[in-house]
Design a protein around this ligand. Sequence first.
Ligand SMILES: Cc1cc2nc3c(=O)[nH]c(=O)nc-3n(C[C@H](O)[C@H](O)[C@H](O)COP(=O)(O)OP(=O)(O)OC[C@H]3O[C@@H](n4cnc5c(N)ncnc54)[C@H](O)[C@@H]3O)c2cc1C
Length: 446
Amino acid sequence: MRDLLVIGGGVTGAGVLRDAALRGLSALLLEPGKPGGATTASSTHLIHGGIRYLLYDRLTTHATAWDAGNIVKTAAPLLKRLPIVWPVYRGASHPLSTVETLVTCYEPFQRMKEGLPHLRLSAAAVTELLPAIKTEGLVGGVSFDEWWVDAEGLAEANLKAAEALGAEVRLGWRAVGLVQEGGRVVGVQAVGPEGRREELRAKVVVNAAGPWVDEVVRHAGLNIPLRLRKGTHLVYDKPLVPVGLLLEAVDRGRYVFVVPFAGGTLVGPTDLDSPGGPDDVRTTPEEIEYLRASVRRYFKDFPLEYSRTIVGARPILGQSGSEKLLSREYEIFDHGRQGAEGLVTAGGGKMSDFRLMAKDTVDLACEKLGKPADCRTHSVTLAGAPAAPRPEFPRPSRSLKLFLRRHPRLRELHALSYLGAALVRRLAAGGEPPSDAAAFRKHYGL
Ligand SMILES: Cc1cc2nc3c(=O)[nH]c(=O)nc-3n(C[C@H](O)[C@H](O)[C@H](O)COP(=O)(O)OP(=O)(O)OC[C@H]3O[C@@H](n4cnc5c(N)ncnc54)[C@H](O)[C@@H]3O)c2cc1C
């Protein structure tokens, strides 16, 4: 019998398959659609630390930035550095001093993923870089950088690398039931092309179905509460901006990205409750209007005609508290504790820490299989070459993370105290002189 069967070929499942194959496990993955074609494809396509989590969930920024550094080292051909300008206007929800404090606090996490130090930009620099931007009330801006990633390509490359190591990938196959014997999950019932049905057995079944993880465990009478949040982007099949942008949205409660990529531009995402299941997620006319109006606050002639929309449901783990404080951390569920030994779910998380999520999943699978083997996905590139070494960075404390998971208000205070201390330090030191557009271009190698 094979060691592992993975349900779902998004970035998480693909990462699990490659990790397992690198450790010498025999593994099979089922994916009904295109690799990475679901949530992974509907993302903003950023490998990032999540600067905004610094406002309420610093350990998620830490974990994602830490693992993003491993992705930068091992998947470099799929990534491109994306400089982002955050313009600030008089009367904005966050004044320039707060915005600069935030990017300053982000710096230690930037180093983990080969990000560059931020720049403070004069209003003249912002208008020179973005000649069509509204100038009235413009105070200046800051810059920071993230990594744009070919998200579907990342899932595909992980699957290809796993196949090269002997793993099997079945596209067009869906798990429609779990095979259970004596309190153990020993495989899945699967349906493939033309309705072919097969029972596929494995010693450990990994549920990596993203926003569908709850649907999968229901076959074992279990439940994984999720708080799905819908996100839509507008996709333009033409380049519209020379750099990335972070803009305060029209409702002033949120921010939207404008992300240039080869041959196109993404605008989004929205962030809305998604009370139905992941199959009910649809873009509404209100979301389209919201995104258009948010960009047109700054660029009055930004095209209204877009090429298409992409929409997905963030697979956020169930938790109490306001939607603004939702943690994006992941959890690996060992369903053996609930009477379904052999079933493991990788739930929650971000694309930016998919590798770490896959590592923790396969660590648990190895323990169950009694086949100890070290993870190698950080030290071998997707092309199979040794990865360049990376400096040691501290990992987030697991015990603190578990404690703060249960106390969202304390998690927010933990983040805010760090920001508050940085603000005081920054004010005491005095502001940096702003940079001009030439300095910006030199800094980011444009
Ligand atoms: C709007 C939006 C923006 C985002 N932006 C970012 C970002 O910029 N950076 C970032 O790091 N993260 C981002 N995220 C989060 C990130 O996209 C997800 O965390 C990540 O893509 C989840 O990957 P996954 O493989 O777990 O899920 P998915 O990509 O959804 O993959 C799950 C797969 O499981 C398959 N599946 C479902 N049921 C079954 C079954 N029964 N049998 C077999 N297969 C099944 C599905 O077909 C699917 O392909 C964003 C999310 C959204 C929605």
